[in-house]
Design a protein around this ligand. Structure first.
Ligand code: SME
Length: 182
C-alpha cells in the first residue's frame, strides 16, 4: 500500500492494530516521560524519513504526537508566512487560522524564537483561545539553523500538563520534524 512502505510500516504508527500496542505504550505506563520522548523521537524520525512533502509529514507528525503524548486536546503546526503564522496540519478542534508574530503564545514563541510553556492559559496575557477546553499550552519554535519555519503547538485540557521534560522532549521532536520538511 502506498505510504506504508519502509520502516514506518513496521512501527505501528501508520496503521492502527488494536492487537499490537504502539511501542511507547509500555513506557507511558511506567511513567518515564523522558523515555517516552526518546522512543517517540525515534518513531517520528522513521515515520517521516521516506517522505519529503511538507504537508504530509507535518500531518503525520501532528497525528503521531497527539496520539502518543496523552492529555492533549490540540497538537499541530503553524507555519511562518511573512509576518504571520498560518495554520498547518493539526489534530483537535478547528483553530484560528492566522496569528501575527508577537501575538498569543504561538506568536510570542515565534517572535522570540524560544519555547513558551504556559501552565495556566487564563493567566497568560494575550492568550488566543481557540478551544475553550484548553487549560495549559506548550509552543516550540521550528528552527532550521537560524531560519524560523513556524511553531509546534500543544494544548491540554489539564492545568499545568507540561513541564520542563515535555519542553525538552518537544524541542527534540520539533528538530526531527524540521529535518523532514522540504
Ligand atoms: N492558544 C494559541 C493559539 C493557537 S491554538 O491554541 C491552536 C495562542 O495563544 O497562540
Amino acid at each position: 500500500m502506498a505510504g506504508l512502505s519502509g520502516r514506518s510500516a513496521i512501527l505501528g504508527l501508520t496503521m492502527h492494530d488494536p492487537e499490537r500496542p504502539t511501542p511507547w505504550t509500555s513506557v507511558r505506563r511506567e511513567g518515564d516521560k523522558a523515555a517516552l520522548y526518546a522512543e517517540l523521537a525515534g518513531e517520528l524520525d522513521a515515520l517521516l524519513a521516506d517522505e519529503r512533502d511538507r504537508v504530509a509529514n507535518a500531518a503525520n507528525a501532528a497525528a503521531a504526537i497527539y496520539h502518543a503524548l496523552g492529555a492533549l486536546n490540540w497538537a499541530g503546526f503553524y507555519f511562518l508566512h511573512g509576518s504571520e503564522l498560518i495554520l498547518g496540519p493539526f489534530q483537535g478542534r478547528p483553530a484560528c487560522v492566522r496569528i501575527p508574530l508577537g501575538k498569543g503564545v504561538c506568536g510570542t514563541a515565534a517572535a522570540q524564537r524560544r519555547s513558551v510553556l504556559v501552565p495556566d492559559v487564563s493567566a497568560y496575557p494575550g492568550h488566543i483561545a481557540c478551544d475553550s477546553q484548553s487549560r495549559s499550552e506548550l509552543v516550540v519554535p521550528l528552527m532550521a539553523a537560524d531560519e524560523l519555519l513556524g511553531v509546534l503547538d500543544l494544548d491540554s485540557p489539564v492545568p499545568a500538563r507540561f513541564d520542563e521534560t515535555d519542553q525538552i522532549g518537544c524541542e527534540r521532536l520539533a528538530a526531527i520534524v524540521v529535518r523532514h520538511l522540504s
